[in-house]
Design a binder for this molecule. Structure first.
Ligand SMILES: O=C(O)CCC(=O)C(=O)O
Length: 276
């Protein structure tokens, strides 16, 4: 019995490494969450923004609400089974008519999570279409292993290391077009990226990155995780707390600790480190 995804949707994820779209919430509700988020950006610029984009669900109530949204958790349960946790989150924001882009990459390469039984949910809080630099995927690319990535640290590349896979056949790319309140799912080995936002509006995406089945382990750094569904996390995992209010002091301390560990994992072996 599935909770949200149809058999065809699960087959799409299995065979092509993605599924889209999932109607998580109405545009009106997404608009309200965007308003709360943008107010939080004004109130707490130190907690959000280009250098505050990692694991903001640990310090902001609107992002905590998204991370625990029933439709999202039901869709994830259909792929991973009934016991899973949330490892982290990243805000992928492109300002209107800006140059930021995401090079072709696979998430699995630097996350340290093994085995690859985890899935990213990318929720749009604004329109994310071709003009706005929506995510693009190479269907089926999750089936052929982890590729060599080259670090570029490119100025406009919004990935941590600007890591890229060199020889991707762009003719195979598929645009993941979403309206506010819709989400896509992608597999950790799916090759994906995105172009700059050439539209007149912001493109705001919340990547819940990733929900992982309870047997998945962190192989590089400390294993912090937030229990979201199913059994208690076992003692090899350091359990995280949900936020109490926006930027509550204890939550900020917890997030800083998690982000330091996160950076150690994502930049392992790199010859530069950026502020995100
Ligand atoms: O938001 C984007 O354009 C790319 C997102 C991404 O790379 C991811 O969610 O893994």
């Amino acid at each position: 019995m599935t909770k949200h995804l149809t058999e065809a949707a699960k087959a799409c994820y299995r065979d092509y490494g993605y599924y889209t779209p999932i109607d998580v919430m109405s545009e009106t509700k997404a608009g309200r969450l965007l308003q709360q988020f943008e107010q939080a950006e004004v109130n707490f610029p130190e907690g959000l923004g280009p250098f505050g984009r990692n694991n903001a669900h640990l310090t902001f109530m609107c992002l905590d609400e998204i991370a625990h949204h029933k439709v999202i958790l039901n869709a994830v349960e259909d792929l991973l089974g009934s016991d899973f946790y949330l490892w982290g989150s990243v805000l992928f924001i492109k300002e209107p008519e800006s140059d930021g882009f995401v090079s072709w990459h696979q998430d699995a390469i630097y996350m340290g999570l093994m085995p690859h039984d985890f899935v990213t949910v990318w929720l749009a809080l604004t329109v994310s279409d071709e003009e706005a630099g929506c995510m693009r995927v190479i269907p089926g690319s999750h089936l052929s292993g982890v590729k060599t990535h080259e670090d570029t640290f490119g100025q406009h590349n919004i990935l941590t290391r600007g890591q890229r896979i060199a020889d991707v056949d762009q003719n195979q790319a598929l645009d993941i077009v979403l309206r506010p309140g819709q989400a896509s799912l992608h597999h950790p080995r799916l090759i994906h990226g995105s172009r700059p936002n050439r539209s007149g509006h912001r493109r705001v995406g919340v990547a819940l990155q990733s929900y992982a089945a309870s047997h998945v382990r962190q192989t590089v750094g400390v294993h912090y995780a937030l229990a979201v569904r199913g059994r208690e996390l076992d003692d090899s995992i350091v359990r995280l707390q949900r936020p109490q209010s926006d930027m509550a002091s204890g939550d900020v301390v917890q997030r800083e600790k998690v982000n330091r560990n996160y950076a150690e994992i994502l930049y392992r072996g790199a010859d530069q480190v950026r502020g995100y």
